[in-house]
Design a protein around this ligand. Structure first.
Ligand SMILES: Nc1nc2c(ncn2[C@@H]2O[C@H](COP(=O)(O)OP(=O)(O)OP(=O)(O)O)[C@@H](O)[C@H]2O)c(=O)[nH]1
Length: 404
């Protein structure tokens, strides 16, 4: 299926960190109508986890990791869309029924949308057929109060999918609904628990129309168009494969640092000093990779301390963990601020060659060394200058940064 112009419909799924974008996408991908769709997923951090968790029967999944679609890997999005068209034109790819782009939770959707509707070549081949924004009813209100990206994600939506209703306090739910209506009076609102949400139909929202949104939306898109124009006009032509956004003046990529006790930590500092409306530079993404299976009790205690002492600063944690019991069936953990969702066991490692535990964290004002030392205290050998697990269990005062 393509639209009446022969252009391929593109849907964007956005929503703040941990709202339920991948869960929604996984449900939609089970719809047979998605058989000929291509999916572009994007996540922060050098250690991708999402691609391991997308249960797709189609093989047209492109993962753009280690960056954010609205800035550092925006060029790669444009390249990927161009390659899809090239593939179709040269017969390497079958005709696509739809392209679905899942953004990171921190993405400003306007530049992503502008990449589809404002790019002279891509606009010939694609139509933006709707933005679906997932809103977590537990954290939605506080997120809208704190993160301008979340406000934009809601304001641009054609459809809001409301998740985690059963976990949310009823009074907070009402206040959130009111806020959503103010930010986006005309959007469809869909309860994330309904069967309708798991179908391709929720992605088809008609040709994107900014005039049906609050006035800011049209302005944001025009600002993006202007920035793109100025950029080209000044002749800065970046090599997009280096994943540097024209707007991004300061990217700080740190490498991989194996440490002395055999852990392999990888971290990507997401320092974007370019635009306060994009990412707050107090937000950091880093990863911990660990070679040996972990005792379930040690993992529980690590999570418990992290969640209870640093919940608000822990915007997101995703982990695939090898436990000492059933190390061949990794445990998948999702933390969203202080809420940790029930963990799920995978039947097997997605890549049997790589059975290492991986944790990806996105934090705000939470020192990487604190998290790393806490993890090491429960999983590694105690070191002279680090708290060990016994000390932490016996004496919570010993936990660095722990608030009483
Ligand atoms: N109870 C409940 N949990 C949900 C719902 N939707 C998603 N979750 C859980 O929320 C956690 C995060 O879901 P994801 O789909 O990974 O969220 P995401 O928005 O893709 O996360 P990021 O890509 O990190 O921004 C997972 O443990 C999901 O099972 C829902 O409607 N109800």
């Amino acid at each position: 299926m393509s639209d009446s112009n022969g252009r391929i419909p593109v849907s964007i799924i956005t929503g703040f960190l941990g709202a339920g974008k991948s869960t929604l996408l996984n449900r939609i991908l089970k719809d047979p109508a998605m058989k000929d769709a291509a999916v572009i997923i994007n996540e922060f951090g050098e250690v991708g986890i999402d691609h391991m968790l997308v249960e797709a029967s189609n093989d047209s999944i492109v993962e753009l990791a280690d960056g954010c679609l609205c800035c550092t890997v925006r060029g790669e999005l444009v390249d990927t869309l161009a390659e899809l068209i090239d593939g179709i034109q040269t017969g390497r790819l079958k005709r696509l029924s739809r392209v679905v782009i899942e953004t990171t939770g921190l993405a400003d959707p306007a530049p992503v949308m502008q990449s589809v509707i404002g790019h002279p070549a891509l606009a010939q081949s694609f139509d933006l057929d709707g933005v679906v924004t997932v809103v977590d009813m537990v954290h939605g209100l506080s997120t809208l109060d704190t993160y301008p990206e979340a406000v934009r994600q809601v304001a641009v939506a054609d459809r809001l999918v409301l998740t985690k209703a059963s976990l949310a306090d009823p009074a907070a739910r009402e206040a959130l609904l009111e806020r959503l209506r103010m930010l986006n009076p005309l959007s469809e609102m869909t309860d994330g628990d309904t069967a309708e949400v798991g179908t391709a139909a929720i992605l088809a929202n008609g040709l994107y129309d900014p005039t049906s949104k609050i006035a800011d939306v049209d302005r944001w898109l025009k600002d993006e168009a202007r920035a793109d124009h100025d950029h080209h006009h000044h002749g800065h032509d970046h090599d997009h494969h280096h994943a540097h956004d024209p707007h991004c003046e300061q990217c700080d990529h740190e490498g991989h640092t194996p440490d002395r006790d055999g852990h392999h930590h990888e971290h990507h500092h997401h320092d974007h000093g370019h635009d306060v409306n994009r990412h707050d530079d107090r937000i950091r993404s880093y990863s911990i990779v660990h070679d040996r299976p972990i005792e379930p009790m040690a993992l529980d205690m690590f999570i418990d301390i992290l969640r209870s002492s640093q919940g608000e600063k822990l915007l997101r944690m995703k982990a695939v963990v090898a436990l000492t019991d059933r190390p061949n069936q990794p445990l998948v953990l999702h933390g969203v601020q202080s809420v940790f969702h029930p963990p799920v066991r995978l039947p097997a490692w997605p890549d049997p060659e790589d059975r290492r535990t991986r944790l990806v964290l996105i934090t705000r004002d939470l020192d990487e060394s604190y998290v790393r030392e806490l993890f090491d205290a429960f999983t590694g050998r105690p070191q002279i200058d680090r708290p060990d697990r016994l000390a932490l269990e016996d004496n919570p005062l010993a936990i660095p940064g722990m608030k009483m």
